[in-house]
Design a protein around this ligand. Structure first.
Ligand SMILES: Cc1cc2nc3c(=O)[nH]c(=O)nc-3n(C[C@H](O)[C@H](O)[C@H](O)COP(=O)(O)O)c2cc1C
Length: 193
């Protein structure tokens, strides 16, 4: 069963969020495939791609390249998402990925009682984020993603690892990151994970 690290950090090697996420995936034993939303050019649905997607769904043609991210996601038992805290949530490219993942008939379906049911293997979802200032609320960042992972994809365990205040005047960003890594070690210790 696969493990997936979703990288929604546009700053590449300079990203503190990705560094923290890679520490977390190491704690989980490694072996993560990468889905890089920027490198793979994940974009939100447009009138054209929505029409194409609806036609493909109606014909059950889920082997189309349009569904490649959703097919990969469906096989993952553990998903780690790394995304910086932007504008009180996360980069729009990550929301675009959510649009690509929520595909009725491929990653979830509605049962006879109109309840969403997962078609994914997902058990554990870990969200990693870092912020320049304070994270004012888990909504609409981690809270929203947790709702999606639970409601549509059946995640049983959802955990957030965060580092805040990295860009504040006089902040020791390295020390804050190290503290977040220790917290990750505590949260992901075998008894908890
Ligand atoms: C476009 C943009 C929006 C941001 N919005 C916020 C914000 O709303 N609140 C905040 O505390 N920091 C904000 N920041 C700062 C980032 O959260 C912070 O620098 C974070 O650590 C970046 O992660 P990275 O090192 O992985 O790129 C923003 C940064 C950028 C570039």
């Amino acid at each position: 069963m696969s493990r997936l690290l979703v990288n929604a950090c546009p700053r590449g090697a300079a990203s503190r969020t990705l560094r923290l996420a890679e520490h977390a995936t190491g704690l989980l034993g490694g072996g993560f495939e990468r889905l890089d939303v920027y490198r793979e050019g994940i974009v939100s649905l447009t009138p054209q791609t929505l029409e194409k997607r609806l036609a493909l769904c109606a014909e059950g043609r889920f082997d189309d390249p349009l569904f490649a991210p959703a097919r990969r996601f469906r096989e993952a038992e553990t998903v780690v998402i790394a995304a910086p805290y932007w504008d009180l949530s996360f980069p729009a490219a990550l929301k675009a990925l959510v649009e690509q993942l929520c595909v009725i008939g491929l990653t979830f379906f509605y049962d006879e009682s109109d309840q969403p049911r997962s078609l994914c293997r997902l058990k554990r979802f870990l969200y990693v984020t870092t912020a320049g200032g304070p994270i004012l609320s888990d909504e609409p960042g981690f809270g929203y993603l947790k709702l999606v992972m639970r409601t549509f994809f059946g995640a049983e365990k959802c955990v957030q690892i965060k580092a805040e205040g990295l860009d504040l005047r006089g902040a020791d960003a390295e020390a804050i990151l190290r503290k977040a890594m220790r917290e990750a070690e505590r949260l992901l210790a075998p008894a908890h994970s």
